[in-house]
Design a protein around this ligand. Sequence first.
Ligand code: 3H9
Length: 700
Amino acid sequence: MGDVVSYSREGEIAYITVNNPPVNALSLPVRQGLQQSFQKFAADAEAKAAILICDGRTFIAGADITEFGKPPEDPWLPKVIAEMEACEKITIAAIHGTALGGGLETAMGCHYRCAVPAAKVGLPEVTLGLLPGATGTQRLPRLIGPKAALDAMISGKPLPAGKAHQAGAVDEIVEGDLKAGATAYAKRLLSEGAKPRRISEMDVDKSEIDQHFFAEYRNGMARATRGFFAPEQILKCVEASVTVPYADAVKRENELFMECMMSTHSAAQRHLFFAERACTKVPDVPSNTPMRDIKKVAVLGGGTMGGGIAMNFANAGLQVVLKEINTEALERGLGIIRKNYENTVAKGRMTPEQLDECMALITGAIEYDGISDCDLIVEAVFENMALKKEIFAELDKVAKKGAILASNTSTLDIDEIAAVTSRPQDVIGWHFFAPANVMTLLELVRGKETAKDVIATSMAMAKTIRKTAVLVGVCFGFVGNRMFFPYISEAQQMILEGVPAERIDQVAFDWGMAMGPNGVSDLSGLDVLDKVNSEWKDRPEDPALWIVVRKLVEIGRFGQKTGKGIYNYAGRSPVPDPEVTAIAKAEAERLGVAQLENVSDEEIIERLMFSMINEGALILEEGIASRPSDIDVVFVHGYGMPRYRGGPMHYGDAVGLDKVVAAMEKYRKRYGDTYWKPAPLLAELAKSGKTFDQWAASNG
Ligand code: 3H9
């Protein structure tokens, strides 16, 4: 038996203990160990009940995700669980931490389940593009009913032990020491003469299922699950649970699970699982780097961005000072924050008491003196270098020694900003994405002199305010915007070439983007894009570049905020406008841009995505991002790219970099080198048949 699972006995109670740090995942030795331990229990005449319990921080948190995509190795989990369940003596799972995925499925292979109050149980496989493939789709509906089971599996959200107990997934809540409580529970069950209670032998409660149930459920989940493969597969499994016998439904589950496993969606979502963990690690900033103590935060600028940023800190229970230039602006800023919170209360996502608590944490200041005791100062004023320099020079005078000075710039050079202070080591970029209290991405921009403890503290603070932080280097637009510009450029160029804006957006939307590039441009503000166009460092010499934006801005079409941009807006819905088409046509004629006919959907996606991937390759060469997967995290968290595409770099890998380069060469012939010359790294990987992922692995 492997060391990762051990068998012991105290009197009539056997203990099967899993010890496979960090999260007791069900890797092969654990499956083997479980199989052998349960066999040992069955054969141990002295043992009357077995408790499955885990060492370390959690109960089994699922199958070992690193094994997925490789050939399965026997014993496969469903087999282990079936053998466990068949045991003639009672078995009890004792849960602490998180019993997730295969972990909960294993617990459901036991006859009874107890848990500490802080434990959580759930089937989050959907987040990995999978379904609970070790009989979870058949067992959970039998325990808590098909509707509740579907809700849990389609959302992937774990249930706290108390709720799981109410629902029937957990039989007993154990206060105090888990092992002692589980032992007492096992003894009580024995004294009551409890028998093995096998979920596979239970019936599904069909009282809530009528002939419309599944069709209605499908409709209900359509919006939230748009484009994803696994949710429909889960639904099919639960349909099987109420229509065919258990053994047949398990076979069906296995087929549908394998389809998920082989899907590009699951590969992408598994990639992101690891990408989101990798990006928290900065190669030259070890995890034991000392942190600075952050108790009080200041936000400079009470506009939409500053207000949203302040809310993040207050939501995390930190004191925040919002600084504005005068009382009027301050009152306005605080008013917007209150209104935002009130909206959240109205939606039922916050209580009025929580609103009061958050507002009590936010105070105002109009003088710099009011922020001199703050440990972290986030500047969130208008994107203008001169203004930012002025502010940082002032901060240098007033901020306390050791305070972190952060700028929420989206394009500007952090080193230039840091240079106006006597403490460039304390300066860092904190690039939030609008709306800052909602979007999960935070680009942390490392200047030449940013100190390691400033980076480590910023990373930790990002976690505190529930953001996904990615550390990037200084360049125009950093990672996200720099790659977003070619994407917008291609959308603009296609409009100029006569492709309807709404067609481009529809194709991007169908590919999975939350919104097409033209809709996003209107949302961000065409005036903002036009400003970027004028300030663009190393802007290609091309009079046609973003010319449609320029012309629209000239006639006051700034996007959603003026009700007219690339589209007209009746409320928030975009309506195509022939005036825009005419402007694009006139500009195309003036500039001699050829009109395209019969552009395929494939071309639209290639031009949008491959232009971005190429910029990503340049970013990697320059060391602006540490890993291709960091770039993927940026796009999924900040730019509405669907998780099932895995981010732009993963998408390139999935398509095949040779194919990406071949398509680029096609466009290079048509348009020349400016936008379509493959970056050396991309060309090299394509030539050697490698992926970005393999390149990252070989780069350590
Ligand atoms: C499944 O079960 C399929 C079955 O239905 C069917 C099978 C036939 N495997 O997140 P953390 C690593 S699908 C391998 O930072 P936390 C993780 O990469 C699975 N590795 O900790 C990280 O490594 P590193 C269903 C895993 O405390 C380290 O552990 N289960 C796995 O913030 C620490 O992780 C899930 O989807 C794994 N399953 O959160 C649960 N899990 O240090 C996935 C973690 O090198 N796991 N690692 O970066 C989680 O949600 C969180 O890890 C958990 C702990 C909540 C448990």
